[in-house]
Each structure stands twice: as structure tokens, then as C-alpha cells.
Design a protein around this ligand. Structure first.
Ligand SMILES: Nc1ncnc2c1ncn2[C@@H]1O[C@H](COP(=O)(O)O)[C@@H](OP(=O)(O)O)[C@H]1O
Ligand SMILES: [Mg+2]
Length: 323
């Protein structure tokens, strides 16, 4: 099977990172959230990137990693205590970790996009993480601009599972699986194969500033979806489409940030998870997402993720709105 080693290492690394994030999350005090204290997410974000980059640097030393975080802030003398907290959390999974190692692993994630690279969002949906809602650890391998392997660990996502904690894994040409966070009994999943069912749902961000909720509602309606949206943080939304829980995920540019360009780590893992489950991912103009241009999807605007059947209808509705 293609990319078997990459897949196994990515799963191991992302699950370990998910475990670290959950430990930190359960220790967030309600007061910290009220005060909008971002320290829990900072610790988990840095710890997750450190653990994953440690694994990738050991197993694939020649592969660049394009991660969301860098250690510049953590290296400041006034951050010494925070750094040692991160090292403690990482050390619970990778014994004897030193603060210097943490810094160097995090900075291993400052690579550049090339012919083959990994991209990592150590905590996607930071706002969801702080609200104790959805978040994801998202890791993907990209070759020649195409995502080849994607792993999404969603520790708080339940869908139809008996308990929260879902992992989605996809390899190009080999389908998408979903399992619990023990990785046991992965089940092949498929998008919902209907376009006219009154029960079809669409997903969008909880954060109104990350999209255009009014326009998203209109477009979903034009595509025949009559149900209210399901609002969810992070790339868990891609998992919802891949598993058939939703038929569509719309992320249209917010009127406040019309020129926003999406980040590769916010979409790479999710894209392959949906495509390999039989769905489609493009930008709002129907163009495939181009992961070869750098950390941002500079040639794309907005994101449309569907079960495939609805896709052309959605793009046509968007074109009609702008013409
Ligand atoms: N104006 C904007 N438009 C779209 N996405 C944005 C945005 N500002 C920030 N984001 C991205 O939205 C991501 C969260 O998406 P969602 O709303 O689907 O949970 C953030 O990832 P992080 O949480 O990793 O920083 C961030 O990269
Ligand atoms: Mg993100």
C-alpha cells in the first residue's frame, strides 16, 4: 500500500498530540475562559506542534514541515515558565524532554512549501478549544501540490459514535476511514449520496468572522438544503461531510475580510478526507485548492466542500450571485 509508513507515523504523531491537547483542555479553569486567558491554548498549541515535529524530524528528516506555530515568542526570557510548562506536558508523552528540545522541535515546523512537505495545524479551531467545543489536530503530506495523506484527530467530536473522540485518515486512492482515538476498527466512510433529501444539512464555522453566514444560508438554500446549518469549529466540519453527517460545508469570505486567503494547514488534511470519501473540494469559483503556492492558498478564494452531487449546483448559484 502506498504511503503506509507516512500514514502510520502521521497517525501516531497526531494521536499523541491529541492526547496532550485533551490533558491541557481538561485543566482549563472556567475563570481562564471568562478572562479570555489564552494560556491553555498556547500550551497545547506549542506542545502539539513540538510532539508532531519531533516524530516527523526523526522519521522523515528530509521533509520540510509547514506548521502554524513558531517558537519566537516562547524563546523570550519572560516566557521561561510557560516554556517549562510546555516541556512538562510534552515530557509526559516523550520522557526527559528539555525546554531546548521543545523549542527546536517547534521550529522544525517552520519549513517551506516544496515538492514534498508536511503541513500541520497543531490546534485548528483555537476558539472552539477555548470554548470546550470542537477542535482538531490536522496533519497532511503534500506532494507536487496534491495532498497524499491526511489525518484529522477530533478529540471532542462524537457524531454517531458511542463516545466523543474521532479520527479521520485518508490516503490518496485508498479511501477514508473513521475510528475512535484508539485507532481500532477503522471504518471506511462515504459522503451522503443524495441531493434531494429534505434532511440534508450544511456545516459552517461557529465564528461569524470566518465566513459569510448570510450568503452561506442563501447558497445552501439555492442548492436545495432546507435545514438550518450545523455550526462547528475546525476541520471537524470536513469530517462531518466525509461521514455523511452533512452534505455541504461553505466557507465564503467574510464581508469584513474580503481579501482573506485561507491557510494550507486549515484545509489540506480535511480536503483529502472528503475527496477520498467521494466528495469534492474547490474554492468558491470551482477551482481546485492549490497547495503548491506557499503557506496561503493565494490562488483560491473561499472554500466549498460537498458530497460531490451538490457541487455544481452550489458553484452555479455562487456564479449567478456575482454575475
Ligand atoms: N477572516 C478569516 N476568514 C476565514 N478564516 C479565518 C479568518 N481568520 C482566521 N481564520 C482561520 O479560521 C480558522 C478556524 O476555522 P473555523 O472557524 O472553521 O474553526 C483559524 O484556525 P486556528 O483556529 O488554527 O487559528 C484561522 O486560521
Ligand atoms: Mg487552523
Amino acid at each position: 500500500m502506498a504511503y503506509e509508513t507516512e500514514k502510520q507515523i502521521a497517525i501516531k504523531a497526531a494521536l499523541a498530540a491529541g492526547q496532550l491537547c485533551e490533558r491541557v483542555r481538561h485543566e482549563i479553569s472556567p475563570e481562564a475562559i471568562e478572562k479570555k486567558d489564552r494560556s491553555p491554548v498556547t500550551i497545547a498549541d506549542f506542545g502539539s506542534q513540538a510532539l508532531i515535529c519531533r516524530e516527523l524530524a526523526t522519521e522523515f528528516p528530509n521533509d520540510p514541515v509547514v506548521g502554524e506555530e513558531d517558537a519566537a515568542e516562547l524563546k523570550q526570557p519572560e516566557m521561561a515558565e510557560r516554556l517549562s510548562q510546555v516541556a512538562d506536558y510534552v515530557g509526559a508523552i516523550a520522557p526527559n524532554t528539555t525546554p531546548d528540545q521543545v523549542v527546536s522541535w517547534i521550529d522544525h515546523g517552520n519549513g517551506s512549501v516544496g515538492p514534498r512537505y508536511w503541513t500541520l495545524d497543531p490546534i485548528d479551531g483555537t476558539k472552539g478549544f477555548l470554548r470546550k467545543d470542537q477542535y482538531a489536530v490536522a496533519l497532511a503530506l503534500v506532494e507536487d501540490g496534491e495532498v497524499k495523506v491526511g489525518v484529522l484527530v477530533c478529540p471532542a467530536l462524537q457524531l454517531s459514535a458511542a463516545q466523543p473522540g474521532l479520527m479521520f485518515v485518508a490516503v490518496r486512492g485508498e479511501g477514508t476511514t473513521m475510528s475512535g482515538l484508539d485507532g481500532q476498527n477503522p471504518q471506511t466512510i462515504k459522503v451522503v449520496s443524495s441531493e434531494n433529501d429534505p434532511n440534508l444539512r450544511f456545516v459552517e464555522s461557529v465564528e461569524s468572522g470566518h465566513g459569510n453566514q448570510a450568503q452561506q444560508a442563501e447558497i445552501a438554500k439555492a442548492a436545495g438544503i432546507t435545514q438550518d446549518s450545523l455550526r462547528m469549529d475546525s476541520q471537524a466540519k470536513y469530517g462531518a461531510v466525509a461521514s455523511g453527517e452533512a452534505a455541504l460545508y461553505l466557507r465564503l469570505p467574510s464581508p469584513k475580510t474580503p481579501d482573506y486567503r485561507e491557510k494550507i494547514w486549515d484545509h489540506a488534511a480535511g480536503t483529502i478526507v472528503v475527496e477520498e470519501a467521494g466528495g469534492r473540494v474547490t474554492d468558491m469559483h470551482g477551482k481546485p485548492l492549490d497547495f503548491s503556492q506557499g503557506a496561503k492558498l493565494v490562488d483560491n478564494q473561499g472554500v466549498v466542500v460537498s458530497n460531490g452531487l451538490l457541487h455544481d449546483k452550489v458553484i452555479a448559484a455562487l456564479q449567478q450571485q456575482t454575475s
